[in-house]
Design a protein around this ligand. Sequence first.
Ligand code: AMP
Length: 326
Amino acid sequence: MNTQRMRDILEKIKEYDRIVIFRHKRPDGDAVGSTKGLQRILQLTYPEKEILLLNCDYSDYVAFLGKEDEPRDDAFYKTALGIVVDTATTDRISNPKYALCKELIKIDHHIEKEHYGNLSWVEEERSSACEMIAKFYYEFRNELQIDLEAATYVYTGMVTDSGRFRFRSVSGETLRLAGMLLDMGIDTDHLYANLYLDNFDMIEFKGKILRRIKRTQSGVAYLYVSRSMRKKLGLSAEQAGMAVSYMDSIRGSLIWLAFIESDDGTVRVRLRSRFVTVSELAEIYSGGGHACAAGATVHSQREVRALLRDADSLLREYKATHEDWL
Ligand code: AMP
């Protein structure tokens, strides 16, 4: 069934002279890697087509992958095929002009909350959207072109969205596809240096933030990073959001949450877990995502406390009904 979907997508791509690729807001390595990777593969394969990446917000974290394309006026979209990658719901698409496209394709690996697009290929069990792009290339390797640049984009998202191939969504096929890309000569020394080295101010932030980690009664670990703390340390909301990973190895804290105050006063919540599913909790707070990595937004301290209470109950219930957790 998925092979047929991929074939339908390829045939649709062949029909259009102009293709615009979109991704989600607040992009991460997977959103950027999958869209830049797909763009590059299609540009190499179809040099006569116009294939653009048009989004409205950008990530500093993966800025080393390079720029996207310059904005275009509304008329430009009307004759285009739109391809939205790594985005579960239309309200999370970075560029609202996706709606102007003549036809739309969805390629995604998130839990499907909204079916959109004329063609849709969703595989929730895939570790990343980049894995899907790698699969798409592999499936049609006799028709599609790839090079080291495209392989590097795609590999980047596979590494970041799978927690360096650690998460349970990683399958044998994930590693086989990653292996195929690695064999193209990816410079992993440079890639990992770009992804994982921190500036010294981030190390200072880490030192300060580690002391601020709190735990609820059932063991939910959490951190609250206020705007004033960010300002004091000169950190963007994106940089402060990295703090969620500082809590990923506390025994007994199977759920961990980072609350990051945005410049507009809303609070972004990054939810992570092992064993327990947190995406349904995120959905209660206008969010969603994957079973063990989800996001949400809250608008008041009352909502922060309510979310913490709900997370605490979820973990209490889980611990009471399961024995094999750590
Ligand atoms: P983040 O903490 O932003 O890295 O998000 C973790 C996962 O949840 C990613 O796959 C996001 O795409 C997804 N996600 C984050 N925020 C939301 C949201 N408000 N609604 C739906 N999914 C989200």
